[in-house]
Ligand binder design. Structure first.
Ligand code: DX5
Ligand code: ZN
Length: 222
């Protein structure tokens, strides 16, 4: 397991002033950008041009979460836009191994996401191709949804597979992560935590990043 990282999602931030919103969370390890195309998920956010502008406005690296159809064709643009990590959904990729290799070759960390009902078992042999695995803990599409506890056993099984293969793939959780749920995720083996509404609805978002980090660190040291 890697060290604990907090990657706040800007999905519930003020889209009219994103650079200011990102400046409110200087202690974030990455900024999680949720790209939605109204096809893969029933919601629409922004594309590579906007992501590139955001990348230029902050020193914090961007962690792109692509909830878009035809990932094979559309994902590489987000490496070019300046994202340090690019996550595609396996449900939207025709050739996930080729795509992960392409993302790495272009200079970003390659990551693959699973929706809550997508099992990890078929992808065990693919894990060494990935720098990070994202296990969704809500159905993708919207911020502010309730955390799905039914995803916890999959997090545990994924971490056990990584340990078995002796690989240090980061394991990210996304959806409903808050002070109430982050410990369960950390105990199950997650080490990278997306939090959207928890961070941006807090009076002091950066203090919330610190509080989430402390809870996760505490959960694995206990
Ligand atoms: C959901 C997105 C998440 C979401 C997280 O489709 O991928 O990143 O914004 O928001 P919260 O933390 O509010 O569930
Ligand atoms: Zn996300």
């Amino acid at each position: 397991m890697g060290h604990i990282q907090i990657t706040p999602s800007i999905l519930n931030a003020d889209f009219g002033r994103l650079a200011d919103e990102v400046a409110r969370i200087p202690s974030a390890d990455w900024i999680h950008v949720d790209v939605m195309d109204n096809h893969f998920v029933p919601n629409l956010t922004f594309g590579p041009t906007m992501v590139e502008a955001l990348a230029r406005s902050t020193e914090t690296p961007l962690d792109a979460h692509l909830m878009i159809a035809d990932a094979d064709r559309n994902a590489p643009a987000y490496v070019e836009a300046g994202c340090g990590s690019v996550t595609f959904h396996v449900e939207a990729a025709a050739a996930p191994v080729r795509l992960a290799r392409e993302i790495r070759a272009a200079g970003a960390r390659a990551s693959m996401a699973l929706k809550p009902a997508t099992p990890i078992e078929p992808y065990e042999d693919l894990l060494p191709e990935l720098d990070m695995l994202l296990i969704m803990t809500v159905e993708p599409g919207f911020g502010g949804q309730k955390f799905l506890d039914l995803c916890l056993p999959k997090i545990r099984r994924a971490r056990a597979m990584m340990d078995k293969h002796g690989i240090e793939t980061w394991l990210q959780v996304d959806g409903g992560v808050s002070l109430d749920t982050i410990e369960r995720c950390a105990e199950a083996g997650a080490d990278v935590f997306v939090a959207g509404s928890a961070v941006f609805s807090a009076d002091d978002p950066d203090a919330m990043v610190a509080a989430l980090r402390a809870k996760a660190e505490n959960a694995i040291s206990a």
